[in-house]
Design a protein. Structure first.
Length: 286
């Protein structure tokens, strides 16, 4: 079968630059130290489990409004139709609620695994998915240590679904809709401000909080930070996660292996793009 050579080499060139760009951005000292990421502080000592954040999120993103109520011991997960969930846990301090969504890692594994930069870490902090760049490989789902991105298998136009921290609102100077709706348990600001606020609360009310900010270090640091009245292991958090970022595990590999191995996915993407173009042309002629 013949393919369009121009389309093929164009795809190779574009995705090749993507890989080169990744290795360049992964190199030490290339990070913009002046960038101040924004994030959200979630205080489970204050959360009452009302699920208002879930409903506001669903309405804002044209998703089905969740109807299931919280039950202790019943774990609800994010899905292709729900970007955030609140769960109830029976702990040593009684019932405690915990909200789960994309953690918006400082160095996201999903973005590092994405060959086309469809999964993208913005300079403002949120990790977003860009549909027009996605080739459907779902590497982001496999690489995420928090099991967040979800694929809409039942749709004729499938998407990767995850919290984007209402990025469109943030760039307009507004708060994420969940934060605006809650007002008590969720707080939006720069990551530096949130860590300072969390430490202040721990110091002022030590009887209310465990002396740890979840997300400050785990997976290299995350945009969502958590305060809790009990150890985070009692609230379903994965205690197997490392503190260093997951993309850092691949840096030495990228600089030590021959470039041909790194560019194999690029080659496959080029073939995919070229053959897809040929197929569309044939279908039009039919």
């Amino acid at each position: 079968m013949s393919i369009n050579r121009r389309k093929f080499f164009k795809a190779i060139g574009v995705t090749g630059m993507t890989v080169i760009g990744f290795t360049s951005s992964a190199s030490p000292g290339s990070k913009d130290e002046d960038t101040e990421f924004h994030g959200v502080l979630y205080d489970s000592s204050i959360c009452i489990g009302c699920q208002a954040c879930e409903k506001a999120c669903a309405k804002a993103h044209d998703l089905p409004v969740p109807e299931d109520e919280l039950q202790a011991g019943v774990l609800r997960k994010t899905s292709e139709v729900q970007r955030c969930v609140v769960n109830s846990y029976e702990t040593s301090q009684g019932e405690v609620y915990v909200r789960n969504q994309c953690m918006h890692c400082n160095e996201p594994a999903c973005a590092s695994a994405c060959l086309t930069q469809a999964m993208y870490k913005t300079k403002e902090g949120p990790v977003i998915w860009r549909e027009d760049k996605c080739m459907g490989c779902r590497y982001c789902m496999i690489s995420c240590p928090f099991d967040v991105p979800k694929f809409d298998y039942n749709s004729i136009n499938p998407k990767i679904q995850k919290c984007d921290m209402c990025y469109d609102r943030i760039v307009q100077g507004e708060k994420p809709v969940c934060v605006e709706t809650c007002g008590d348990a969720l707080f939006f600001g720069t990551r530096r401000e949130l860590i300072a606020e969390a430490r202040k609360r721990i110091a002022e009310w030590p009887e209310m909080y465990v002396d740890k900010i979840y997300g400050e270090a785990v997976a290299g640091g995350t945009g969502y930070l958590y305060l809790a009245p009990v150890p985070h292991t009692e609230l379903g958090f994965n205690k197997q996660l490392q503190n260093s970022s997951y993309p850092s595990l691949t840096k030495s590999f990228l600089y030590s292996v021959p470039s041909v191995f790194v560019l194999v996915p690029t080659l496959l993407l080029g073939i995919h793009e070229a053959t897809k173009s040929k197929q569309n042309k044939n279908e039009n002629h039919d």
